[in-house]
Design a protein around this ligand. Structure first.
Ligand code: NAP
Length: 283
């Protein structure tokens, strides 16, 4: 029976560490502030934004909410981002995605100052990660590294396989595992024999977006399986890309959904905000 990697507990540890840090910073007169922009009222986005605000309040980060109507133009949004770039008291800027279809997301992401890019999506942040320079790292893959490290999973020298090559999960995940000296393979929808590759993995990260696709036949005995997926099963219940019940008998460790990777994403966003404030002060 696999060890269950408890993302809820680990994310709470991180948030508590950050709370202590922001408390100390406050005593030194340093505050941390995140600006959160939501355009329109996509219900999922409203939940995510609400959770981010709640986490800010817990950790001791001030959050400024900008709730813009669906009809907001690209130019209006870009203007707000530029204003926030200039605002001294704002340390991080987060634009909740997806944006309405009349707005070019890439343009908006590129307008955010890399110094305030706490989501780590700006091309400069991505470039910095790929050549091993300092910069903000996309929160979900950064959270997975923390999950592994804090659960005592060795990455150095291990066979790491990632299924999925998205810009926000798969690709930065590959770079981070490489930075930790893993031997990294990235699979995608054109991979010819997926199981043959995934069965080699000591650490398997699955970020596909297909409910319960990966069962025990995809994994090696004792593998560490990280499930990034946030899907709905046939009964509309939240589940991952991994068939947890099937995999848990064979894996060495596995993350549940919910309560695995999900909570780590917000914890790492909080971490990036605190980092942004520290960097601004040259600390
Ligand atoms: P995405 O942009 O849709 O990318 C999916 C990737 O999976 C693509 O690279 C695709 O390959 C690959 N893929 C699809 N079907 C495949 C198959 N049958 N075999 C092998 N590869 C396949 O998704 P994403 O944004 O990375 O998200 C993935 C999942 O993670 C979703 O369920 C999402 O909701 C979840 N997620 C969770 C969090 C969190 O905080 N927990 C954060 C982000 C995402 P191609 O490139 O060839 O199309």
């Amino acid at each position: 029976m696999a060890k269950i990697i408890d993302g809820k507990k680990i994310s709470q540890e991180i948030k508590d560490e950050l709370k202590e840090k922001t408390g100390q910073l406050k005593q030194e007169g340093v505050s941390v502030c995140l600006a959160v922009i939501q355009v329109g009222n996509n219900p999922a986005s409203t939940v995510y934004v609400g959770n981010k605000k709640k986490a800010c309040a817990y950790v001791g980060i001030e959050s400024l909410a900008y709730e813009l109507p669906e009809e907001t133009t690209e130019e209006e949004l870009l203007k707000l981002v530029r204003e926030l770039n200039e605002k001294e008291e704002v340390d991080g800027i987060l634009v909740q995605l997806p944006l309405p279809s009349h707005i070019d997301e890439d343009k908006v992401i590129q307008a955010i100052s890399p110094l305030k890019d706490v989501d780590g999506f700006h091309p400069q942040s991505v470039g910095a990660l790929s050549i091993g320079q300092k910069g903000f790292v996309s929160c979900t893959p950064a959270g997975i590294i923390q999950l592994l490290k804090r659960s005592g999973v060795e990455i150095d020298g291990k066979e790491c396989v990632i299924v999925g090559r998205s810009n926000i999960v798969g690709k930065p995940m590959a770079l981070l595992l490489l930075r930790e000296n893993g031997t990294v393979t990235v699979c995608h929808s054109h991979t010819s024999d997926l199981k043959e590759v995934t069965r080699r993995a000591d650490i398997l990260v699955v970020a596909i977006g297909k409910a319960k696709m990966v069962d025990s036949s995809y994994i090696k005995e004792g593998a560490v399986v990280i499930d990034v997926g946030m899907d709905r099963d046939e009964n509309g219940k939240l589940c991952g890309d991994v068939d947890f019940d099937s995999v848990k008998e064979k894996a060495g460790a596995v993350t549940p959904v919910p309560g695995g990777v999900g909570p780590m994403t917000i914890a790492m966003l909080m971490n990036n905000c605190v980092e942004a404030a520290l960097q601004k002060k040259g600390l």
